[in-house]
Design a protein. Structure first.
Length: 138
């Protein structure tokens, strides 16, 4: 059995080994937290863009109704709260299951933005039923 002369505390080697072990245990946690924070930031940006896209879609739809446009519409706008563009389009649906139904339009807002050096696009889609008013025959 080994006998130590100093029974008052830890030696410097023991303290350094314990600090190294604690560092090895906690370093993956700090790396995971950093990745989690980046992911939360990206998802928050996407949510903000989708909210702004939905607002832009509603305003563009109202303008189209006021202008009585029934044809395909395409409108572009610079985004106010971030550096990017939003493109609104409204066109007859080209989905094969909906071709038999008249007056169904596909509305989309494509939000183009940059996340650092990466260009990103988020699309907000909706279907719109716009029946054409038939003139009553007298």
């Amino acid at each position: 059995m080994v006998h130590f002369k100093n029974n008052n505390g830890f030696t410097l080697v023991e303290v350094l080994i314990s600090i190294a072990l604690i560092g090895l245990i906690f370093s993956p946690l700090f790396i995971s937290q950093e990745q989690l924070m980046k992911s939360v930031r990206t998802m928050s940006l996407r949510l903000n863009h989708m909210i702004e896209a939905a607002t832009f879609m509603v305003k563009s739809r109202q303008e189209a109704v006021e202008e009585k446009q029934n044809e395909a519409i395409k409108k572009e706008s610079a985004a106010k709260s971030f550096s990017g563009t939003m493109v609104y389009s409204q066109e007859p649906s080209k989905i094969s299951q909906l071709k038999d139904i008249k007056d169904i339009y596909l509305e989309q807002v494509a939000v183009n933005w940059r996340d650092g050096n990466r260009a990103r696009t988020t699309t907000f889609s909706s279907f719109l039923f716009k029946p054409k008013k038939e003139k009553k025959k007298a």
